[in-house]
Ligand binder design. Structure first.
Ligand code: CP
Ligand code: NVA
Length: 306
């Protein structure tokens, strides 16, 4: 039996595999827009385990599995034995005997790694404290749709060195582009936490304006991620100067895109005129979660479908 393929962090797949997934996502998206039925995952079941809240991730996985002919089951910590302390390894043994694929949104990356080590079926990271690979996959697909290949381009990351930032940094290594990172003092990237074996694809800037200068894509995320709510007030003070505003978009490349994984806080990490302005592609980004994750599930379960 060949090894099970999991998607626990961005670097779990190669450039060649991403090229396949992006090509399939385009075909799957085009067919979907034409109301063509495509049921390669007939009778397959996806279990979705949520230990944190979600709108887009739940909806895109559940709708996506349904559209591929399968079904999805939503589980949350509160309603399962996981919430009463059942070991994650035991849960993995049981759940993976009953379904064909699992998506998990949880806290530490270690939890999903332990689950995957005991799973008989592919496990997908639907967000951990460290990474959010499904979102970056959708974001890069969105970039490619607008401007073609991302190789050699520059992404400016303004704000917290969180799960989104870490995943951009991994993606830069796999797909060979550059990331300019600007975080407030005390919130810098930790290469080891970001899972970086190669730090040649990013550069840190004290001044967020300098990070954005000439960038092809400017992106940010909430100042306080899920699970860090107790730091909210302190972060609001520390991040004041790290709001993506019109001036930052002005200094970026003339056709630069603005991205945000959502949900967003207008007036905090992004000015309303930017997220609601002409450079913003945030709704395409959200929609592309659906198409890219359908291509991902197809790949993890069926391999390279032509
Ligand atoms: N971007 C994202 O993952 O959104 P949700 O938290 O709504 O799933
Ligand atoms: N960094 C955010 C992303 C939400 C989709 C969080 O982890 O809460």
């Amino acid at each position: 039996m060949s090894a099970i393929k999991h998607f626990l962090q961005f670097q779990d797949l190669t450039r060649d595999e991403y090229e396949h997934i992006f090509a399939r996502a385009k075909i799957i998206k085009d067919r979907f827009k034409q109301y063509q039925t495509y049921h390669p995952l007939l009778d397959r079941t996806l279990a979705m385990i949520f230990e944190k809240q979600s709108t887009r991730t739940r909806l895109s996985f559940e709708a996506g599995m349904h559209q591929l002919g399968g079904s999805a089951i939503y589980l949350n910590t509160r309603d399962t034995q996981l919430g009463r302390g059942e070991p994650v390894e035991d849960a993995a043994e049981v759940i993976s005997r009953m379904v064909d694929i699992v998506m998990i949104r949880t806290f530490e990356q270690d939890i999903i790694e332990r689950f995957a080590a005991h799973s008989r079926v592919p496990v997908i990271n639907g967000l951990t404290n460290e990474y959010h690979p499904c979102q970056i996959m959708a974001d890069i697909f969105t970039y490619i749709e607008r401007h073609g290949c991302i190789k050699g381009k520059t992404v400016a990351w303004v704000g917290d060195s969180n799960n989104m930032c870490n995943t951009w940094l991994q993606a830069a290594v796999v797909l060979d582009f550059n990331v300019h990172v600007s975080t407030p003092p005390g919130y810098e990237v930790e290469p080891e936490r970001a899972g970086l074996y190669d730090t040649t694809h990013y550069e840190s800037f004290d001044d967020p304006m300098e990070a954005c200068r000439g960038a092809d894509l400017v992106t940010t995320d909430v100042w306080t991620s899920m699970g860090f709510e107790s730091e909210n007030e302190e972060r609001k003070r520390d991040f004041q100067d790290w709001q993506v505003d019109a001036e930052m978009m002005q200094i970026a490349a003339p056709d630069a895109l603005f991205m945000h994984c959502l949900p967003a806080h207008r007036g905090e990490e992004v000015a309303a005129e930017v997220i609601d302005g002409p450079h913003s592609v945030v709704w395409d980004e959200a929609e592309n979660r659906l198409h890219t994750q359908k291509a991902l599930m197809e790949y993890l379960l069926l391999g390279k479908v032509e």
